[in-house]
Structure formats: structure tokens, C-alpha cells
Design a protein around this ligand. Structure first.
Ligand code: S3P
Length: 166
């Protein structure tokens, strides 16, 4: 089984993913780090040069080529924001949405992400993305839960899921 963690920037996908992979004795992949290593470029660099589209292609490529098992994958906040990517993730595993409110996202990121630099658009970006994230098999409201608590909750809920990919 593979577990894709999705959600808005600041939801804790990377830290929860790492913890969950340890608890389940699974491999762990953070797609941002994967793409940075693969391309030898920083994520910010794609955005600074107006090359978000190239970054999105790299995300898509990652999903198309992904063929591991027993892996927790922490995705970048935009990876789930395409129905094609959602269907690829559903084919290859279970999608878990770590839900935080926009207020929490701002508090947790301090606007420190390329896409949060334009503060006026954040509200509409957040709303647009809910529409995609809600396709997840499991939704976890993060709230004030610790990384350990979120990870335990996911583990407990995973046993009720039969992923489409088998
Ligand atoms: C993005 C989120 C970032 C990173 C990139 C784009 C997004 O990852 O992939 O800056 O579109 O939401 P985190 O969600 O880990 O911050």
C-alpha cells in the first residue's frame, strides 16, 4: 500500500509523512525534495524564473513513474490540484488530506512559500484547492494535533480503506 499525503502549504505533510513512515516501517518520499534532487534546482528557483509549469510537469512525471510499494509520499501543496494527478494517486495508493484552515496555514508558513508571496490571491487559491483536496479517501482535520497524533489517526483510519489500486 502507498499513502499520498496532500493538503495546503503548512499542513505538516512532510513531518507527518516522515513520522507515519517510521511508525508503519514504510519508505518515505517527499516530492519537493525528490524534484530538487532530480533537477538539481531549488523549488523557489522554478517560481522565481516563472517556470511553475515546468515544476508541475516534474510533479506529474513523478506520479506517472512512481511504482514503489509500502511508501508514504508527502506531496507539494499543488500536486493534488489536478484531476489527472488525483486519478494517478488513486491508482497507486490511498490519498490522505491533512486539512488546515487558511488562518492556520498563514500562521504555520508565515507566508514563506513562493506561492504565498502574492498575499491578495491566497484566499481564492485556498478555496480553489479545497475542491481538489476533498477527493481524498481520508480527511484529517489537523487543528492543534501534534505530528504524532495526526500520524496515529491516519494509521487508525487506514485499516478501513480499500484503495482502488488494490
Ligand atoms: C506548492 C507547495 C510547496 C511546493 C511549491 C508549490 C503549492 O510545497 O511544492 O512551493 O503549489 O502549494 P509544501 O506544500 O510542502 O509547502
Amino acid at each position: 500500500m502507498n499513502i499520498f499525503l496532500v493538503g495546503f502549504m503548512g499542513a505538516g505533510k512532510s513531518s507527518v509523512g516522515k513520522k507515519l513512515s517510521e511508525e508503519m516501517n514504510y519508505n518515505f518520499i517527499d516530492t519537493d525534495s525528490f524534484i530538487e534532487k532530480q533537477t538539481e534546482r531549488r523549488i523557489e528557483d522554478f517560481f522565481d524564473r516563472g517556470e511553475e509549469e515546468i515544476f508541475r510537469e516534474k510533479e506529474r512525471e513523478f506520479l506517472q513513474n512512481f511504482d514503489s510499494e509500502n511508501t508514504v509520499i508527502s506531496t507539494g501543496g499543488g500536486m493534488a490540484c489536478s484531476m489527472k494527478n488525483i486519478s494517478l494517486m488513486k491508482k497507486k495508493g490511498t490519498i490522505v488530506y491533512l486539512f488546515i484552515t487558511l488562518k492556520e496555514a498563514i500562521k504555520r508558513t508565515h507566508f514563506n512559500r513562493p506561492l504565498l508571496k502574492n498575499r491578495e490571491n491566497i484566499d481564492s487559491l485556498f478555496k480553489k484547492r479545497l475542491h481538489f483536496y476533498k477527493n481524498a479517501h481520508i480527511i484529517i482535520p489537523v487543528g492543534k494535533k501534534t505530528v504524532e497524533e495526526v500520524s496515529k489517526r491516519i494509521k487508525a483510519l487506514l485499516c478501513c480503506i480499500t484503495p482502488e489500486g488494490g
